[in-house]
Write a protein that binds this ligand. Structure first.
Ligand code: MN
Length: 390
């Protein structure tokens, strides 16, 4: 009897004889070659029982999972890859603590959404990449380089070149780790997301998405354009992610940027020279609103630049700084929480499909749990709207 057949037989038996000891029936149908079947069966039963006993109206009890949901690693329809990495952060570090802070804060989030019925039924699980040591070691190297440059040192100095190569190699290791985690999640028919960490963290996920869904467009919410070429010499810098995406990932057809308000001349030139990039600067959005344009009509304009498959790259500093005071590089201006959620819902209502997302640059460092509190709510909404669109 194959695994599926055995599983179904037992489910049917369990349904028909809910008070019987189905374990006896199970063991009667197994021989000693079937231990793998037992473990798969037990796991599926465990998921079934925890799903049945889970009450979304109870206060969340911390259990090591996002939103205190009962799904372990590998069990979610959406699997969040936690990437505690903040090596190239230029202004202040701390985003490597983002995944843990958001996980802690997520227990308090009420699992309700006004447009997604039974939002609490979403199966969300977590894969955490064990990068703490690699991050700590490389952060020390990166700080040496950044200090050297800030003090007017030469970027071509031998020691600096050596250290920079080390950091760049480690960034590639992180990219590979995220890529292979994302690929295995997507190969099993589930949706992968990345929770940073700094904004370089999702590169491997975007690569996996671009291969599985060629032609995907990115909605990029950020205070920064992230189009710098090897910022401070770091090839995979947080400030370079979209440059690398455009240069390296052919499967990405479009980059639609929103809330951008801090950028350099080189980036502005890059935006103008690339047909793939449409940037809705924060000042243009606000000017339009001061002169009577509605957010609804602006959203329609933004969405019209996106193809059918959409990846959302959400840097929390795209929001107003009062929603993310601890983030690495806060900038005045930006979107309100509901404004961003309205846009993402409109993307779903337009019939487009969200094929993956990341949430980056949430840092718990300065203001207690407020940043993580906002981050956890964005994460839940991103999961809801992704599920709705699939
Ligand atoms: Mn960014």
């Amino acid at each position: 009897m194959d695994i599926l057949g055995l599983f179904l037989t037992n489910i049917i038996f369990l349904t028909a004889h809910p008070t019987d000891n189905f374990g006896i029936h199970l063991f009667a149908s197994l021989n000693r070659d079937n231990f793998q079947i037992i473990s798969i069966f037990a796991k599926n039963i465990a998921i079934m029982i925890t799903s049945i006993t889970f009450n979304p109206n109870d206060p969340g009890r911390p259990n090591g999972n996002f939103f205190a949901l009962p799904y372990g690693k590998g069990e979610g329809e959406i699997e969040i890859i936690s990437v505690p990495w903040d090596v190239t952060t230029s202004y202040r570090a701390g985003t490597s603590g983002g995944p843990k802070a958001i996980l802690d804060a997520s227990v308090q989030v009420d699992l309700f959404d006004s447009v997604l019925e039974n939002a609490w039924e979403i199966k969300i699980s977590n894969t955490e990449l064990n990068l703490h040591r690699l991050n700590a070691e490389n952060r020390i190297l990166a700080e040496k380089i950044i200090k050297h440059l800030e003090n007017g040192g030469n970027a071509a100095d031998r020691e600096i070149v050596y250290l920079r190569n080390q950091v760049n190699q480690s960034s590639e290791i992180v990219n590979m780790a995220v890529y292979s985690a994302a690929k295995s999640i997507m190969d099993s028919g589930r949706i992968a997301a990345v929770l940073g960490g700094e904004h370089s963290a999702p590169f491997g996920l975007i690569k996996a998405v671009s291969e599985k869904y060629p032609g995907t467009g990115i909605l990029h919410i950020d205070a920064h354009a992230d189009l710098r070429r090897a910022y401070e010499g770091f090839t995979y810098s947080h400030a370079s992610i979209m440059y690398n995406v455009i240069k390296e990932l052919e499967g990405i057809s479009k980059l639609v940027q929103l809330a951008v308000r801090d950028f350099c001349e080189e980036e502005e030139r890059f935006i103008r020279s690339s047909e793939k990039i449409s940037t809705f600067f924060d000042s243009d959005i606000k000017n339009g609103q001061y002169e009577g344009e509605t957010w609804k009509s602006q959203c329609q304009q933004i969405i019209s630049h996106l193809p059918g498959n959409v990846y959302i790259s959400f840097d929390i500093d795209g929001l107003c700084p009062h929603l993310c005071p601890g983030t690495g590089t806060p900038v005045p201006g930006g979107l309100e929480f509901e404004q961003a959620m309205y846009l993402i819902r409109q993307i779903v209502f337009s019939g487009r499909k969200i094929v993956g997302f990341d949430l980056s640059e949430v840092s718990p460092s300065l203001s207690g749990d407020w940043d993580a509190n906002v981050g956890a709510r964005i994460l839940f909404k991103l999961c809801c709207y992704t599920k709705m669109s699939n």
